[in-house]
Design a protein around this ligand. Structure first.
Ligand code: HEC
Length: 139
C-alpha cells in the first residue's frame, strides 16, 4: 500500500510539473490538451482524496473534464480536425480507447458517490494504466 501511494505520488508530481511546463511554453492550447490539463488536475486531486480518505471531493474537478470532452465532441461533429501528436491515422482506435477510459471513469465516480474506497482504489489504478497506455500510443 505504501509503495503504491509512493508511485502514484511520483506520477502526480511528474504530471503536474509537466503541465506547468506545457502551459508556459504553449499559450495556444488545442482541445485535447485542454481536456488533459483538466484531467491532470482531477487525477491529482483523486490521488489526494484516496490517500486522505475523502471520497466526497473526487467528483468536482472531473466535471471540468466532462465539459472539455463535450467541446471535443462538438468540434468533431462540426467536422473540425483534432490532430493527434502520434499515430493520427489510428484516430478511430484513439476514440475507442477514450470511450473505454471514460466508461471506467464513470465507474470511479459512482464508487466515489458510494464512498467505496476499495473500488475507488481499483478504478484509480485502472485509469492510471489508461493514461500511460494512451500516451505511449498517441501522444
Ligand atoms: C484516450 C487517450 C488518453 C488518455 C486515456 C489520457 N490521455 Fe492525456 N493525452 C492524450 C493525448 C493524445 C495527449 C497529447 C495532446 C496534444 O499534445 O495534442 C495528452 C496529453 C496529456 C497532457 C499534456 C501533456 C503535454 O503535452 O504537455 C497531460 C498532463 C495528460 N495528457 C494527462 C493525462 C492523465 C493524468 C491521464 C489519466 C488520468 C490521461 N492524460 C489520459 C491522450 C490521452
Amino acid at each position: 500500500m505504501k509503495r503504491w501511494c509512493f508511485i502514484l505520488g511520483i506520477v502526480a508530481a511528474f504530471t503536474l510539473q509537466h503541465t506547468a511546463k506545457a502551459v508556459a511554453q504553449e499559450p495556444q492550447l488545442n482541445l485535447i490538451k485542454e481536456e488533459m490539463i483538466a484531467m491532470n488536475d482531477a487525477f491529482t486531486n483523486l490521488i489526494q482524496a484516496l490517500i486522505f480518505n475523502k471520497p466526497d471531493v473526487i467528483e468536482g474537478p472531473f466535471l471540468k473534464v466532462k465539459e472539455a470532452r463535450k467541446k471535443i465532441e462538438e468540434a468533431i461533429k462540426k467536422g473540425e480536425k483534432i490532430i493527434l501528436p502520434k499515430n493520427h491515422s489510428k484516430f478511430k482506435e484513439f476514440m475507442k480507447l477514450d470511450e473505454e477510459y471514460h466508461a471506467e471513469l464513470e465507474k470511479l465516480l459512482a464508487a466515489a458517490k458510494d464512498k467505496n474506497m476499495k473500488i475507488i482504489k481499483l478504478q484509480t489504478h485502472k485509469l492510471l494504466n489508461f493514461c500511460v497506455y494512451c500516451h505511449a500510443r498517441f501522444r
